[in-house]
Design a protein around this ligand. Structure first.
Ligand code: GDP
Ligand code: MG
Length: 440
């Protein structure tokens, strides 16, 4: 998956001081491959990657491990933006009925979608009418009627002996809807195996006849990259207002959604996620981006990055302890980290040789921690870096500064000294630790 690959790239970056252009190129190459694997079309990938690279290079590197998350964040946000940022609602008529025309190649799921959309609208209190405009196969009319019965929705269909062209049927159906107070008309049309002029002309004529509020192309997610070509051609001929992507229930990543949206600029409005009538939902760009990127993994990657931060911090902490350089600045940083990283115990446990027993007796109650932070913040930089200079008058000043008693300041200083000593002892016990001559 993309995240595994990105992880590898980022693992290699670990420990380097900063991210170079070469690093970004490498990360971007993995993103590129992943998008292609997810069926995003080449020109769209190129364009997307161009933007990512630009933004990734512009990232200010504050912390050697930060860029992992930053690149992922950039990719994710850019993808959400490209997918339309927000859920695009149906266009509705100011005077009902709202006319929704469904079109697409054969087998993409138009007839199923007519019933799904009808069900969805009915649940919202609307009175949709399904219309059988696919007259070339008698089975198609029957299929819509069966689905309509299942969904308890009215279906408008002409008997076989009253032959009319689909554009005319559509117009008659709209008239019928007006008379029967149906506020939505859903036109199910015929599809072909490939795009041909006859099909397009017929759809174009229907569009002109009834002036639908929505002209929706139904796209099968499993078609992959070819979907973009179909989408472009339909859009050129019919001026689409939206897409529905069906069959997103398999393991297709749905990268075609990204391509289609990027190439046509037309929003994806709904998705179909199964054969059942309730397997249908509005399209949410953020969820789709997560799907394309395999975001479940990405969330775990961010966790891993966090672990690495912990390890790195622990290593730095260990070095300081070894060299007896641990001061109030370090303690303050540790206390601040607690919020982000969870209990300080976990951080301390990363130090080789530290176990639960050794951490007993340290006061790690969050309220106490907040008070202690306030004390440290009242110290001058020199005092923080060199706690031994904190004499009685300095203690009084610090206590006044943070609104706590001198007793509390003393307690912190005592605990700090005790902690420092304990940690130093621990470190000395770690196998392989070098004896430190500076220690008492
Ligand atoms: P049409 O030719 O465009 O009208 O397509 P149909 O509505 O007849 O659907 C073709 C096939 O795809 C049928 O077997 C449907 O049950 C199936 N289908 C439609 N939508 C979905 C979907 O979202 N997921 C899955 N798995 N199958 C679907
Ligand atoms: Mg059909």
């Amino acid at each position: 998956s993309l995240s595994e690959k990105l992880q590898n790239v980022f693992m290699r970056l670990r420990g380097k001081g900063r991210v170079t252009e070469a690093d970004v190129n490498e990360a971007v190459r993995e993103v590129r491959l992943a998008l292609l694997e997810a069926d995003v079309s080449l020109p769209v990938v190129r364009d997307f990657i161009g933007r990512i690279r630009e933004k990734a290079l512009g990232v200010e590197v504050l912390e050697s491990l930060q860029p992992w998350q930053q690149v992922i964040d950039i990719v994710y946000k850019e993808m959400v933006a490209l997918l339309g940022q927000q859920q695009a609602p149906l266009n509705v008529a100011s005077t009902p009925p709202t006319i929704v025309m469904l079109c697409g190649l054969q087998g993409t799921g138009k007839t199923t979608l007519a019933a799904k959309l009808g069900t969805f609208l009915k649940k919202q209190g609307h009175r949709p009418l399904l219309v059988a405009c696919d007259i070339y196969r008698p089975a198609a009319i029957k299929q819509l009627q069966v689905l309509g019965e299942q969904a308890e929705l009215p279906v408008y269909a002409l008997p076989e002996d009253q032959r009319k062209g689909p554009p005319t049927i559509a117009r008659m159906a709209v008239e019928y809807a007006r008379q029967h107070a149906n506020d939505f008309v859903i036109l199910d049309t015929a599809g072909r195996l490939a795009i041909d002029d006859e099909l397009m002309d017929e759809l174009g004529q229907m569009r002109a006849f009834v002036q639908p509020h929505e002209v929706i192309l139904v796209v099968d997610a499993m078609v992959g990259q070819d979907a973009v070509n179909f989408a472009e051609q339909f859009h050129k001929r019919l001026a689409l207002t939206g897409f529905v992507m069906t069959k997103l229930d398999g393991d297709t990543r749905g990268g075609a959604a990204l391509s289609i949206r990027a190439v046509t600029g037309v929003p994806i409005k709904f998705i179909g996620t199964g054969e059942k009538l309730d397997a249908f939902e509005p399209f949410y760009p953020d969820r789709m981006a997560q799907r394309i990127l395999g975001m479940g993994d990405i969330l775990s990657l961010i966790e891993k990055a966090q672990e690495a931060v912990d390890e790195k911090k622990a290593a730095a902490l260990e070095a300081k302890l070894r060299e007896n350089r641990f001061d109030f600045n370090d303690l303050l940083e540790q206390l601040e980290q607690m919020k982000k990283l969870g209990p300080i115990e976990n951080l301390l446990k990363l130090i080789p040789g530290v176990n639960n027993k050794m951490l007993e007796g340290m006061n790690l109650d969050p309220k106490v921690v907040e008070r202690r932070k306030a004390i440290i913040l009242s110290m001058t930089p020199q005092e923080r870096a060199n706690p031994t200079i904190i004499n009685a008058s300095r203690r009084r000043r610090i206590a006044a500064g943070c609104g706590q008693s001198v007793h509390e300041v003393n307690q912190l200083l005592n605990d700090f000294e005790r902690m420092r000593r304990m940690m130093r002892t621990l470190i000395q016990q770690v196998p392989g630790a070098k004896p430190n001559n500076k220690l008492p």
